[in-house]
Design a protein around this ligand. Structure first.
Ligand SMILES: Cc1cc2nc3c(=O)[nH]c(=O)nc-3n(C[C@H](O)[C@H](O)[C@H](O)COP(=O)(O)OP(=O)(O)OC[C@H]3O[C@@H](n4cnc5c(N)ncnc54)[C@H](O)[C@@H]3O)c2cc1C
Length: 444
């Protein structure tokens, strides 16, 4: 008889992982706290749209969903920085054909659930909230919409219940189980740039827009409806912070000072600002990810800040790696789960660090001449020596290389760029023989 897999959480990672498991012939049971979002009652919750990149695309390719998802996505080929005076500066993300894709979280989740539903060996239970996990005896307790308790037994439990995972809560009560949670001093609020009267985009749609303001920023990602979802990242407290944005006058003055060019595009600004909550940003790390036959995946294992646009991509990659381990160590779940956690943990830590670093880059560095100069030199190197020099962004976003390798390579790139600048070698970048030798010396 097929082994019984229990997934706790039917969000992005859970719905995708259920398909991977079903394809391997397991009996899959997916329990989700919320109502079935396919019934049209999806109320958004966390961020409305997400940037999907190569790792996520690779994971979706394996279940045959890429074409469908790319059809409902908008490619963003670069970022456009908006200065306080309204001047625009474009920076390509990679080569001409390389883009990240803005996709609706709800639509993506719905497509995954629809595909999961096509597998007869996947059983889904909505309005089932996990309230207790007995890790030693492989039993989970759920509360259904009638308030009744349902106890479920299984062979393997996969915690895909997000950053505030109930299953992880049970795990970290065990001795020698590490867990840390760090909140950022910034929160975020979602706002909207609406379409024009004719339904068109009111800014360039094939780009991610950033208003970098040193200690805070606003970003905007396009949606297929012609609107942009804007996210304002701002400290909770301090001189310029959410705590001082209470009255309509304060809110408008703040936007007049920092985001003047966006005001005419945001007719619902005041309403949105007053209605939408300030949400929190947190990094959570934990280890081990496995206890007996239960395993953590996605945000339950590694909640990260959103500044590299990789939380979902990383969660999807977890599914790919676990699937590979299942194939490699067929049947032996102790070995499978251990191999999975050992492979993923260093990479999850690395993307958590990279995401924190990228916040500083996005809100502050992208506005500084020294940083832009480094980016310009990098672009010359990438254009002229594509195989020999690769940017950190390219490794993280447009490749399936380990995040840890990308982190280390980025540090080395930075040292190399400092060397080029300090030794005055920029003028020699076009000298093929000389520069190839340098690049070999540093990167071979
Ligand atoms: C502002 C913001 C912007 C982001 N932008 C990006 C981006 O551009 N690109 C990117 O790759 N990532 C992005 N992310 C990260 C991304 O949202 C997460 O990494 C991703 O959603 C993780 O997927 P998951 O399935 O692990 O968790 P979730 O998507 O949170 O799913 C967890 C599911 O479990 C359910 N659940 C929770 N508790 C229980 C319980 N007790 N019992 C049963 N079910 C339960 C929830 O209802 C939910 O459906 C962003 C995050 C934020 C906050």
């Amino acid at each position: 008889m097929a082994e019984k897999m229990i997934l706790v959480g039917g969000g992005l990672a859970g719905s995708l992982m259920s398909i991977y498991l079903a394809k391997r012939g397991y009996e899959v049971h997916l329990y989700e706290r919320r109502d079935d979002m396919r019934q049209g009652n999806y109320v958004g919750g966390r961020s409305i749209n997400l940037a999907l990149s190569t790792r996520g695309i690779t994971a979706l390719e394996k279940v045959g969903l890429v074409e469908d998802i790319l059809k409902i996505s908008i490619p963003m080929f670069g970022r456009i920085m908006h200065s306080p005076e309204g001047a625009l500066q474009y920076q390509a993300y990679g080569r001409d054909d390389q883009a990240i894709y803005s996709v609706s979280r709800g639509e993506l989740n719905i497509r995954l659930l629809q595909l999961a539903d096509a597998y007869p060996n996947i059983h889904m239970y909505f309005n089932h909230r996990c309230t207790h996990m007995d890790l030693d005896n492989n039993k989970a307790t759920f509360q259904n919409e009638n308030g009744e308790e349902v106890i479920v037994e299984g062979d393997v439990f996969l915690a895909t219940d997000g950053a505030f995972s109930a299953l992880r809560d049970a795990m970290i009560r065990n001795p020698r189980h590490d867990f840390s949670q760090n909140y950022e001093s910034h929160g975020y609020k979602e706002l909207e740039i609406v379409p024009s009267a004719t339904g068109d985009f009111r800014m360039e749609e094939k780009a991610l827009h950033i208003w970098p303001r040193s200690s805070f920023m606003m970003i905007a990602l396009p949606n297929p409806g012609g609107n942009f979802t804007c996210t304002l990242f701002l400290p909770y407290e301090g001189e310029v912070s959410f705590e001082h944005l209470n009255t309509e006058k304060e809110i408008m003055q703040f936007f007049e000072t920092y985001f003047k060019d966006a005001i005419p595009l945001m007719p619902n600004l005041l309403e949105d600002f007053k209605t939408n909550p300030v949400s929190h940003l947190t990094t959570m790390r934990t280890f081990p990810w496995v206890k007996n036959k239960s395993v953590l995946m996605g945000d339950a294992a590694h909640a990260i800040v959103p500044f590299y646009g990789q939380g979902m991509n990383c969660s999807f990659e977890d599914c790919v790696v676990l699937d590979k381990c299942i194939e490699e160590f067929s049947g032996d779940w102790d070995v499978i789960l251990d191999a999975y956690q050992k492979s993923r943990k260093p990479n999850a830590d690395a993307i958590a660090d990279l995401a924190l670093q990228n916040f500083i880059e996005m809100r502050d560095l992208v506005g500084l001449p020294e940083f832009l100069n480094k980016k310009r030199i990098e672009k010359m190197l990438v254009d002229q020596y594509p195989g020999l020099y690769r940017t950190q962004y390219e490794r993280v976003t447009f490749s399936n290389d380990g995040y840890r390798d990308a982190l280390l390579a980025g540090d080395k790139n930075d040292r190399f760029l400092n060397y080029i600048i300090s030794e005055g070698l920029e003028s020699r970048i076009e000298e093929k023989e000389f520069m190839q030798e340098k690049l070999q010396e540093w990167f071979a």
